[in-house]
Design a protein around this ligand. Structure first.
Ligand SMILES: Cc1cc2nc3c(=O)[nH]c(=O)nc-3n(C[C@H](O)[C@H](O)[C@H](O)COP(=O)(O)OP(=O)(O)OC[C@H]3O[C@@H](n4cnc5c(N)ncnc54)[C@H](O)[C@@H]3O)c2cc1C
Length: 510
């Protein structure tokens, strides 16, 4: 493909840049023939809060039982669990879903981030309750290395890896040692050590595999990965008796948030606002004042309790009265910049595996958007939509700030994809890129056992939900688990139980 041809592929860019604070839209002026489209987003107020601007808070105009800040899967599910209460749900973007957000191309759904869920997880139970049938993936992950497609990487595939025999043997030895280590279940110790410590005596091909796998799943290369987190995953994927518990639908976990928002909006649309950026959460003696901007106006409401379902990087900046050591814990959580690229092909290019790993490339893995419905009777795949995961190092976050930076990322992904296998030398008809500046908390050593417990301690009337209250890695199920606890805590607080006892009853230390 010539550069000229590449320029004519329609390139659509959407998503936040900074922590919920997208860039100045003027930066996205379209160069040449490319016509980027950008979701409407709210960033000016967010930037002002970050930069320490103080706002004149209007007087309280309304009261609610509970205000929920953030309309990702955690905030939406909190609203669902608390639907018998007078809740107010505030989301700063123009759409619900946060990192579990589905988009569509001509009626075909695809994920802009969060892809699959697990049988019987908190999110799967909720999905079922609201009438959604997530379907089994039922296919072990392949890897493409050195021009070879290897099925079932960590079991039968180990003999197929296109490496010299000593490297293949090293993969097998590593697998055996890790499974042994995983069986020891020494959680605290393992969570304090980096995975790289266990890779140092192995060939670099192993680190390359884990760098891709870890960055995609928990935002960290091996050197920044808690070995506990790696093992937690590995004992599943490398188990001889592997049972694929993954379930999904087109749109990934965005299918859940879409349905959840529809169910809630049918009854509570007067208490659910998108485009509503919360700028402060101020605990008072017997209530909490929440000030938010909506349609260019600031409003303050009072609530008996608040669930902060926005990530800690934001909560730590807008909630008053958090003890210093807790602020330190919240702000020590690292978040990975993470664009996701969807390539839309008008002919079948790849349908051989759900999630295929590609170590050593500009993307880590890619999934087939309609994998779980592709063989359903009556379904015809009109477009082959492939979702490429392109996690970045934190130091490179600024590359997302310009249209040229984004184009370079997308172009690198397409170039690398085309080189993987001869049959991939095909142009997509469109490329959609969803940019997020800080979407995934990084599973660094100690984050799960030390930082998260210190960061999530509830205040007297403020509960901190969001997936970054759970761990060990960022999962949609974690967002729902946290909101379930938050809803339980709110019920208890409204019934007069002390914050401490309510928190202890859901396993959150205070
Ligand atoms: C690329 C990628 C791939 C992933 N893949 C998977 C996967 O396959 N499976 C899986 O289970 N998980 C996956 N995850 C993780 C999963 O998406 C998240 O754990 C989950 O979506 C988090 O939900 P949440 O509601 O806790 O937080 P978020 O999704 O971060 O939602 C928080 C919401 O708060 C809003 N907000 C922020 N500030 C304010 C404010 N001041 N006022 C009002 N609203 C505000 C935000 O706009 C956002 O909508 C992936 C994540 C990424 C980034």
């Amino acid at each position: 493909m010539t550069p000229t041809r590449r320029d004519f592929i329609k390139f659509v860019v959407a998503g936040s840049i900074a922590a919920g604070c997208p860039i100045d839209l003027s930066l996205l002026a379209s160069p040449g023939d490319i016509e980027p489209q950008v979701d409407g987003e709210h960033f000016e107020i967010c930037h002002q809060v970050r930069d320490g601007k103080t706002f004149a808070h209007p007087p309280v105009s309304k009261t609610h039982d509970v205000v929920i800040v953030g309309g990702g899967i955690s905030g939406l599910s909190a609203a669902y669990f608390l639907r018998s209460k007078d809740f107010l749900l505030l989301e700063k973007e123009e759409h619900w879903g946060g990192n579990a957000y589905r988009e569509d191309f001509q009626g075909q759904g695809y994920a802009t981030a969060s892809a699959y869920d697990f049988v019987a997880s908190d999110s799967a139970v909720l999905a079922k309750e609201i009438g959604l049938e997530q379907l089994p993936v039922n296919f072990p992950d392949p890897t493409i290395i050195n021009g070879k497609w290897v099925a079932d990487t960590w079991r039968g595939g180990l003999d197929e890896l296109p490496y010299p025999q000593p490297v293949r043997d090293a993969f097998k030895k590593f697998r055996a040692e890790m499974l042994k280590l995983g069986a020891t279940k020494k959680l605290e110790r393992l969570d304090s050590e980096p995975l790289s410590k266990y890779l140092q005596d192995y060939p670099p091909e192993l680190t390359a595999w884990w760098d891709a796998y870890g960055q995609s799943n928990w935002g960290a290369k091996a050197k920044d990965t808690s070995v506990y987190v790696a093992l937690d995953d590995f004992v599943e994927i490398a188990n001889e008796k592997f049972e694929d518990t993954r379930i999904t639908l087109p749109g990934g976990n965005g299918a859940i948030t879409r349905k959840l928002s529809e169910v809630l909006l049918a009854k509570f649309s007067d208490r659910m606002f998108t485009g509503a950026t919360t700028i402060s959460v101020d605990p008072q003696k017997d209530s909490v004042n929440v000030t938010y901007a909506l349609g260019g106006q600031l409003q303050t409401v009072a609530a008996k309790a608040v669930i902060m379902a926005a990530p800690k990087i934001i909560a730590s900046r807008i909630v008053s009265g958090i003890p210093d050591d807790q602020i330190d814990a919240m702000q020590s959580i690292r978040y990975s910049p993470y664009p996701v690229i969807n390539m839309i092909f008008d002919k079948p290019v790849y349908n051989r595996g759900y999630d295929t790993w590609c170590p050593g490339n500009s993307f880590t893995d890619f999934i087939v958007a309609d994998w779980t419905i592709r063989n359903q009777p009556g379904y015809k795949q009109k477009y082959n939509i492939l979702t490429f995961y392109t996690p970045m190092q934190e130091k490179d976050r600024k590359k997302l700030l310009t249209i040229e930076g984004c184009q370079k990322i997308a172009t690198d992904v397409l170039t690398d994809f085309k080189k993987l296998l001869p049959e991939f030398n095909v142009d997509p008809i469109e490329i959609h890129m969803f940019r997020r500046g800080h979407p995934m908390f990084v599973a660094t050593p100690g984050n799960f056992t030390k930082t998260i417990p210190a960061a999530r301690k509830p205040l007297d009337r403020v509960f901190f939900a969001n997936t970054d209250s759970e761990g060990p890695e960022s999962l949609a199920a974690g967002g729902v688990a946290a909101s379930k606890k938050g809803a339980d805590w709110v019920e208890k607080r409204l019934a007069g139980t002390s914050s401490r006892r309510a928190a202890e009853s859901v396993g959150f230390a205070v």
